[in-house]
Design a protein around this ligand. Structure first.
Ligand SMILES: Nc1ncnc2c1ncn2[C@@H]1O[C@H](COP(=O)(O)OP(=O)(O)OP(=O)(O)O)[C@@H](O)[C@H]1O
Length: 607
């Protein structure tokens, strides 16, 4: 969607408010151009110096006061009627941007760093708000003033009006040139703000690394450079802005001089009265105002367009997340019965999009060298209800990639992964994730209480576990007793107040708490000791609410206990079978097993 379409798809939701605002602006301008008529007539009455004119003068003064009061009311109303939608449009854009960001694919985040996205939602949005509020108001205000004021001036003296037009046009051309320069600076400034925000997020995320390696001077220098860029461009903007306003004020003064000079000449020639000149002077002020607003309007629109372009990068992503099964499939589809036959993977191939250069059609060179560009190649296997399956493979063999394809964290290829025969790409992510629950390799905790971190995403009504049971099953009960506020303890940003093992176990508790048919555990037991590991495995295998389990692990205790093992090498399944079968059929498995046993013996000796 182009920028203007995107803008109007939001702004037009408030069309009635805008419509009322336009009516108020029309009334405001009509009254504003009527006041000089009365002022002129009053001055003419004064000029007449007749006692009989005094009553008419008082009457006209009352009219002027009345009109001025009405102008005040209608202008206030018009501002509210335009500014409120501006705020509402801002809110809607922010909400939709956040919603889209929560559904964006992983490669989107590869192209757009989080800091930059935060800056778009927090800073760039101001441009859109201004365009929807003050911008929209100025469009109509300028149109009414510039159409009504010259007509009134023309009615008094066409030639004097043409004289007045000349300086206005000259200043308009100068201002327009200045504003064209502003546009470049504006988009530069937004880019710099996004850079600074990205740097801030990156540095704060890695603050421990910065402190640990004593590289504060390096980080500070980088931060300062970005900050200097912003300062430089802001100062340039400021210089142009401070130059525009005096030009417009100067134009107004020139206009008045022309009116006094040329109008004075017409007065001497008796072509105009003193009242006409007074009215003209009042119109000159009215005319200068829209030209000032015109400058502001152009810059508001330019800023808005730059902001809409940034926002469009978020909102214009095509995220299809709905059930797209055919009508006949839908007829037999029952969400509650899903996974009654289990999961099948058939000839699954997957290549990462080339993320950093923005060309998502190309595959990642990282993998291309190793496996013709594919991180997963021709994988086929099944997980039946109740079955426990393990994935074993060297570092970088594609284990996490497979996990992320199963739950569609990545854009899973069509016709490759099926649940009960339904292609997972035709199910909504919500449907899919109510069946497959994944606990990722890097546990992520929200800055909230421990209990909330476990409950997040669970539908309380369905779970048969109490918080106490979830804590017991994830071996967290003892730890929680030592926390000052038990399960209500705040865990800090990303769980900073907890140990690595505690974070892993809380994330495991989160997975166990919410029922699912297939529990996928991606290397989640790496930070726990052997005894805890055995305890956790017992809980997972015997008490988990899930019917089936897929565990990425190279732990002996896992490999011995699962029904089936998939041995991955460079993205391909090179052997599959139970532990006993693989010991007989796969050299690599046998070697790995011997290596694991040696490692375990060493560990025991060290203990
Ligand atoms: N986001 C990504 N973009 C491009 N390539 C990636 C991305 N993530 C992983 N890869 C590459 O895909 C391959 C498989 O990675 P994956 O993370 O699936 O391996 P893994 O078996 O889980 O490794 P580990 O045991 O270290 O977790 C690796 O070559 C890796 O460099």
């Amino acid at each position: 969607m182009n920028e203007l379409r995107l803008f109007f798809s939001y702004a037009l939701q408030h069309k009635y408010s805008y419509l009322l605002g336009v009516i108020c602006l029309f009334i405001t301008n009509l009254l504003a151009v009527t006041i000089p008529v009365y002022l002129g007539e009053s001055v003419d009455l004064l000029d007449g110096n007749e006692t009989s004119d005094y009553e008419s003068l008082i009457e006209k003064i009352y009219w002027v006061i009345g009109f001025a009061f009405c102008v005040m009311l209608s202008r206030t109303a018009s501002r509210m009627l335009f500014f409120n939608p501006g705020r509402l449009v801002e809110k809607d854009f922010k909400n939709d941007a956040f919603k889209t960001l929560t559904q964006s694919q992983q490669h989107f985040y590869g192209k757009h760093p989080v800091g930059g996205l935060i800056s778009i939602v927090n800073n760039d949005i101001n441009g859109i708000r201004a365009m929807a509020g003050v911008g929209m108001m100025n469009v109509f205000n300028i149109f009414f003033t510039l159409s009504m004021t010259p007509i009134k001036m023309w009615q008094i003296s066409p030639s004097l009006m043409l004289y007045c037009l000349a300086p206005v046009l000259v200043s308009f051309l100068i201002v327009n040139y200045a504003i064209a320069t502003m546009r470049k600076l504006l988009s530069q400034r937004m880019r710099y703000l996004q850079n600074l925000s990205t740097q801030t997020v990156t540095f704060l995320n890695g603050v421990e690394v910065i402190k640990g390696n004593a590289i504060q001077p390096w980080a500070l220098a980088k931060f300062n450079r970005s900050n200097d860029d912003i300062l430089e461009v802001s100062l340039k903007q400021l210089r142009i802005r401070t130059f525009i306003m005096p030009i417009l004020e100067f134009t107004e003064s020139v206009l008045k001089i022309i009116i006094l000079g040329v109008g004075g000449w017409y007065l001497v020639q008796s072509e105009l009265s003193l009242g006409d000149i007074t009215a003209f002077l009042a119109y000159a002020s009215l005319l200068a105002m829209p030209f000032m607003s015109l400058g502001r309007l152009i810059s508001t629109v330019q800023m808005g367009m730059v902001s809409l372009k940034s926002m469009g990068r978020i909102l214009n992503q095509t995220i299809i997340d709905e059930n797209t099964l055919s009508p006949s499939e839908k007829a037999s589809f029952d969400q509650h019965m899903l996974f009654s036959k289990g999961l099948s993977v058939r000839n699954l191939n997957f290549a990462y999009p080339k993320s950093m250069d923005g060309n998502s059609d190309k595959i990642s060179e990282n993998n291309a060298d190793k496996n013709n560009g594919f991180a997963l190649k021709n994988l086929s296997f099944d997980i039946k209800p109740g079955e426990k399956v393990a994935i074993l493979g060297r570092v970088g063999s594609g284990k996490t990639t497979l996990v992320n394809c199963l739950n569609r964290f990545y854009e899973t290829p069509e016709n490759s992964i099926f649940i009960d025969g339904y292609d997972v790409t035709q199910l909504s992510r919500k449907e899919l994730r109510s069946v497959i629950r994944t606990i990722t390799q890097e546990p992520f905790l929200f800055s909230d209480t421990l209990e909330n971190n476990i409950r997040f995403g669970s539908e309380a009504a369905k779970t048969r576990l109490t918080m106490d049971m979830a804590l017991a099953q994830s071996a967290m009960k003892k730890d929680v007793k030592t926390f000052p506020d038990g399960v209500q303890t705040l865990v800090g940003e990303k769980g900073i107040l907890l140990s690595g093992g505690q974070k892993q176990r809380i994330s495991l508790a989160r997975g166990l708490f919410t029922p699912a048919n297939l529990l996928v555990l991606d290397n989640v037991l790496s930070a726990v000791d052997n005894d805890t590991e055995r305890f956790l495995l017992d809980q997972i295998f015997n008490h988990a609410q899930a019917k089936s389990c897929l565990i990425v692990s190279h732990r002996q205790a896992v490999l011995e206990r699962v029904d089936n093992i998939l041995l991955l090498e460079k993205g391909e399944i090179i052997a599959t079978g139970s532990h006993e079968e693989l010991l007989k059929t796969s050299n690599l498995y046998r070697e790995t097993w011997q290596f694991l046993q040696t490692g375990a013996l060493e560990e025991e000796k060290n203990v």
